[in-house]
Design a protein around this ligand. Structure first.
Ligand code: UDP
Ligand code: MG
Length: 313
């Protein structure tokens, strides 16, 4: 019998984790030709999430991994994929925004052997603040212009993958992880399913606007080096302009002498060039800081407890 592993990152999800488990049991009943394995990853929750996981792990095929602190959803997904043992692995949010009912369809598509992964994207952003939607749209436009790796607009992390693809994803052990890019980068054949945005079953979103903004910057640094090229191009452009100006000023001085004037324009130019220089240094700093973190080779997450520990107690 084939096995499907479900990786579920959870950060303060006490309101939904049990509802989620119930929904999966329902799906399991309809798909009795496959075995399920649920891996809850507790990403340093401060509420009762861990207690509920311990309780749920008494059920057959329910496992959990608990981090020593909050490492972020990316780390949680990586830990879950690493721990998974199924022939197929799905990543799902705990809040039921990823409809479990789709699993059957996804599984059937993979069974045909035509695809290695079935991914989902939402076609509408209904129920989301207007400003957030606007920035999200802008972000996808920009990242797809400047990165060779395609990042699909509205793509969710919810997808079912074959073992082969999961192993490839695990081979990318980078510290600054951006899964939407990684899934696309490893290649393979992906089928996209679309659905309308579904609101959270309960609880609140764990992503503030600022957190999302930082995440988007991270993804740009991770999957594009264009900002670095822009910095170099700007440098060349300004050198070129400077050469022309020097020539003009020398000629003008030779012809008209040297009356002291042009102080305001001089200050403007200094401010402008200074700003450009700082911007370029900042861009280099972004890449340097990411490189610094990669070079340190710190672990992506630290496990404090798993269901094995509970059993051995
Ligand atoms: N999540 C996580 N660590 C974090 C933030 C979020 O594991 O630091 C999990 C969260 O518990 C949920 C999933 O990631 O299962 C998606 O988060 P959320 O639903 O808050 O995001 P949204 O759907 O609003 O984008
Ligand atoms: Mg959600």
């Amino acid at each position: 019998m084939e096995k499907i592993s479900l990786v579920v990152p959870c950060f303060n999800e006490q309101e939904v984790i049990e509802i989620f488990h119930k929904e999966i049991l329902k799906v399991q009943k309809d798909m009795n030709n496959v075995e399920f394995e649920i891996i809850f990853v507790n990403d340093g929750s401060s509420d009762k999430t861990l207690e509920l996981m311990r309780k749920l792990s008494s059920n057959k095929n329910v496992r959990y991994i608990s981090f020593s602190r909050n490492f972020g959803k990316e780390a949680a997904m990586y830990a879950g994929l690493k721990a998974s043992t199924g022939d197929y692995v799905a990543i799902m949010d705990a809040d039921l925004q990823d409809p479990p009912a789709l699993l059957q369809e996804m599984y059937e598509i993979l069974q045909t052997g035509e695809y290695d992964s079935v991914a989902t994207r939402r076609v509408s952003r209904k129920g989301e603040p207007v400003i957030r939607s606007f920035f999200a749209k802008m972000y996808y436009k920009i990242i797809n212009k400047i990165s060779k790796t395609e990042i699909t607009d509205g793509a969710r992390d919810f997808r079912l993958m074959t073992r082969k693809m999961v192993n490839s994803v695990l081979e990318l052990t980078e510290y600054n992880r951006f899964s939407k890019g990684i899934f696309s980068w490893v290649g393979y054949r992906t089928k996209w399913l679309s659905y309308e945005n579904i609101e959270r079953a309960a609880g609140t979103t764990k992503w503030s606007f600022f957190k999302l903004f930082l995440y988007s910057l991270e993804s740009i640094v991770a999957f594009s080096t264009l900002p670095l090229s822009i910095a170099s191009i700007m440098g060349i452009l300004f050198c070129f302009i400077a050469f022309i100006l020097i020539a003009l000023i020398v000629v003008r001085t030779l012809i008209f002498g040297d009356p002291t004037s042009g102080w305001p324009s001089m200050v403007c130019i200094m401010f402008f060039i200074g700003g450009v220089q700082l911007l370029c240094t900042g861009i280099i700093g972004q890449y340097l800081s990411k490189t610094y973190l990669e070079v340190k080779k710190r672990p992506i997450y630290i496990v404090a407890e798993t269901e094995e520990d509970l059993k051995n107690k």
